[in-house]
Design a protein around this ligand. Structure first.
Ligand code: PMP
Length: 284
């Protein structure tokens, strides 16, 4: 099935969904994006995604050429046009068409792209059995260089780590920051559980403030499970009882091994399973 793709207010078939080679999104990775999910015809935490997109835009000095309400309508319209009720949505805002130089002021209008599709990021077995990850030697981009809170089109830092993961036979890789503290995986936030308590790195470690991460923080509070946003080291992950990752695409997925060491007994743990159950209830 080929779904129609929204580009600057018009819809195109996949084969014809094209942008200029002079778009700075392509030339420099100058732009921002969101990855969202629709469940039962409703975009999950739509407003929060808009809020993050607009904050990313502000940080890179980019004016999105529409209001948040117009953007949300464009997303809803694209889903409706494609008759998609459960979908993954990739919303991209590029700096727009410019010259070969870096100067963003030469890009007249930002480009807006909305791609909607069905996805299954990981096979079903991995949600039941958990996945293995590896620590990458690639360090997460320090906030002082480019804040990981900006969801920018420049994902090379993450891709370098992803390549390391794939070379090690793992679907995800863990990035540490320049101080050796745990940050996040290449496209997911990380949580660990020890002695009945949940821990996740603080935003100040240099991570993307995930929408799913925030949902899990709420779910843990509802479930009465203590959760701490505190600095984690790789050692903390090694000695954790349980571990899981969160992301719009991945949702919640158990991690059962890291760097060749089993986490806990090497099986998804009870708190992880309980949070997955509660998350499914939340999106239902
Ligand atoms: N960290 C990174 C680097 C990401 O790219 C993503 C999104 N794929 C996440 C975390 C998870 O964020 P969210 O829950 O908002 O999808």
């Amino acid at each position: 099935m080929s779904y129609k793709i929204y580009i600057n207010g018009e819809y195109f078939d996949k084969e014809n969904a094209k942008i200029s080679v002079f778009d700075h999104g392509l030339l420099y990775g100058d732009g921002i994006f969101e990855g969202m999910r629709a469940y039962n015809g409703k975009v999950f935490r739509h407003e929060q995604h808009m809020d993050r997109l607009w904050k990313s835009a502000k940080a890179i000095h980019l004016t999105i050429p529409m209001t948040q309400a117009e953007m949300m309508k464009a997303v809803d319209d694209t889903l409706a046009l494609n008759d998609l009720r459960d979908a993954y949505i990739r919303l991209v805002v590029t700096r727009g068409v410019g010259t070969l130089g870096l100067d963003p002021n030469r890009c007249a209008t930002p480009g807006v792209i909305i791609i909607t599709d069905k996805i299954a990021l990981y096979p079903k077995e991995l949600y039941e059995n958990g996945l293995e990850i590896v620590t990458a030697s690639t360090i997460r981009m320090p906030s002082s260089s480019l804040s990981p809170r900006i969801k920018s089109l420049n994902y090379l830092n993450n891709i370098m780590a992803k390549l390391e993961g794939l070379r090690a036979g793992c679907d995800e890789a863990l990035l540490l920051n320049h101080q050796g503290e745990v940050c996040e995986c290449t496209g997911d936030n990380i949580f660990i559980i020890r002695d009945g308590k949940i821990y996740t790195p603080p935003v100040s470690a240099g991570i993307l403030e995930g929408i799913t991460r925030n949902a899990v923080i709420e779910l843990a509070a509802e479930a009465g499970i203590p959760l701490f946003e505190t600095t984690q080291t790789r050692h903390d992950v090694y000695i954790a009882d349980e571990c899981f990752l969160t992301g719009s695409a991945a949702e919640l997925i158990p991690v059962v091994g890291i760097d060749g060491r089993p986490i806990g007994d090497g099986k998804p743990g009870p708190i992880t399973k309980e949070l997955i159950r509660r998350f499914r209830e939340m999106i239902a």
